[in-house]
Design a protein around this ligand. Structure first.
Ligand code: CUA
Length: 491
């Protein structure tokens, strides 16, 4: 074939990962423009295309518009950067009536006028067998924009829907796994509704983070054979303002709600039942002041139902914390005397036996620092008060009660088992071996000294300095005598 008389052929590069596209296009070009066009190569991805651009110097690149694996945006971005004369056609075989053409060319100053005319009346060129530059915003262009917009928005839409679903599911689970026990106080309502709101926000934040993360890990993972770098993202002011302001508003919202709730649960009720709650390592003691000036002392917190209670909390040693989960409210008990007494108000609303736990890590016996909280009818409460007031004039019974109230039994067993301190069973008048090897009789004088000054003669095998040295100030003379009587009774 004699090529010298013919005009220069257009050198065409086809970009498609589908063999049929290239094949079909080749025969189409051969049929429509014989001798005018030469297909100089077929590339299947952007990297190959860029290499071919330098190496083969095409005049025209025809890109398979329907090929999802080709990154069209990237193609066009790279196309804009270059300076060589080049035309890119996005061709869809699904709509063979339209194609999008991008034209890159050099114009001399004199040609610019002509070009502007051409640009203003592109319709006149319709019908031409050679499609010339059509830079107006044509319909297929807008359609492509829509498609591009949807491609970008699709993950966000899917993730948003998944976040809503996950939030509902997580919130439902949090609500139904009974994180909170029965509500048994008038104060529980406002605390529980606060929890409700927090669970909802927690569920949403959990879903927001986890759904985004899992979706990205699955959908945007590296495809097989892909060795390109990820896109470089540098800052997004709108997003940064959003994720600063929204959490700030959320925190402020809960601060206000929490303040309202606190005001609600600390509101004083008229004529409350006042109980002194005395804590120590590792027991609770409850004192009910009586009208005659005496007081009932108990190791259980008896409360009448539906009666407002004012608890006066104090500690004899370290910080403890009063918490009955069913009542929801919680308050620390502080050492330091009358100036450090803390108040806690609550109104039990359900009859039952609850458990008071210490909610402040306070040493070895912290987890055993529990007490029963029977909530009873007013009639049962009155009967209990009566029975306590007329506690039998029995020193052993009084001593047993005092041993519980003063926490002795947390460390001393009454059944022979070994706890932190020596058992009381069979202790009275037995022979004890001291740390220095000497022996002596555990008579009344020895027991009294061991209560008042526990480190004077420590029984062998038990560490010194463990037992508090202040029982002499805490207990009355009669209480000490009662405890010794109780120890004597444990044969
Ligand atoms: Cu007291 Cu923990």
């Amino acid at each position: 074939m004699d090529t010298s008389s013919q005009p220069k052929k257009r050198r065409v590069l086809i970009a498609s990962s589908h063999g049929l596209f290239a094949q079909g296009l080749r025969s189409l070009l051969r049929e429509r423009q014989p001798g005018d066009v030469e297909v100089i190569g077929v590339v299947s991805d952007i990297d190959e295309a860029m290499a071919a651009l330098d190496r083969l110097n095409p005049d025209l690149i025809i890109v398979d518009y329907d090929d999802e694996s080709l990154n069209r945006d990237e193609f066009l971005a790279r196309f804009v950067e270059g300076e060589k004369k080049l035309r890119v056609v996005l061709l869809s075989l699904q709509s063979d009536k339209e194609a999008i053409v991008y034209d890159r060319r050099m114009l001399a100053a004199a040609q610019i006028d002509d070009w502007l005319k051409e640009w203003n009346f592109p319709e006149e060129r319709n019908g031409s067998t050679r499609s010339e530059f059509v830079p107006r915003r044509s319909i297929p262009n807008r359609r492509m924009e829509m498609k591009n917009w949807w491609n970008r928005a699709k993950p966000l839409v899917i993730v948003s829907i998944l976040i809503v679903i996950t939030t509902v599911v997580v919130d439902y689970i949090l609500e139904h796994i009974r994180l909170l026990p029965t509500a048994a106080s008038a104060q529980a309502g406002s605390i529980d509704s606060l929890f409700r709101g927090e669970f909802l926000v927690i569920s949403f934040l959990f879903s927001l983070i986890v759904v985004f993360m899992v979706y990205s890990v699955i959908v945007f993972r590296r495809k097989k054979g892909d060795t390109t770098d990820a896109g470089h993202v540098t800052g997004n002011t709108k997003l940064e303002i959003t994720w600063t302001v929204l959490p700030l508003l959320t925190v402020l919202f809960f601060a206000i709600w929490g303040g309202e709730s606190l005001r609600d649960v600390t509101k004083p009720e008229p004529d409350p039942l006042s109980v002194n709650v005395i804590s120590q390592q590792w027991s609770w003691r409850f004192e009910y002041p009586q009208p005659d000036g005496s007081k009932i002392v108990s190791d259980q917190l008896y409360l009448p139902v539906n009666k407002p209670v004012l608890l006066m909390l104090s500690s004899l040693d370290v910080i403890h914390s009063f918490w009955v989960p069913e009542f929801r409210v919680k308050q620390d008990a502080l050492p330091g005397g009358p100036n450090f007494v803390r108040e806690l108000r609550l109104t039990p609303t359900k009859i039952g036996v609850y458990e008071l736990v210490c909610a402040e890590l306070c040493g070895q016996g912290h987890t055993q620092m529990v007490a029963k909280v029977p909530v009873v009818s007013q009639a049962d409460f009155d009967a209990w008060v009566l029975s306590q007031s007329s506690l039998a004039a029995n020193p052993v019974a009084r001593g047993e009660l005092a041993s519980k109230n003063f926490g002795c039994l947390a460390c001393h067993s009454v059944d022979g088992s070994k706890l932190i301190g020596p058992t009381w069973k069979g202790l009275f008048n037995s022979q004890v071996t001291l740390a220095d090897g000497s022996t002596m009789t555990a008579d009344e004088a020895y027991l009294r000294e061991s209560i008042v000054n526990p480190n004077a003669k420590v029984s062998g095998g038990f560490p010194a300095g463990v037992m508090p040295g202040n029982f002499g100030q805490q207990m009355t003379e009669q209480q000490i005598n009662d405890v010794i009587a109780y120890i004597e009774s444990l044969k």
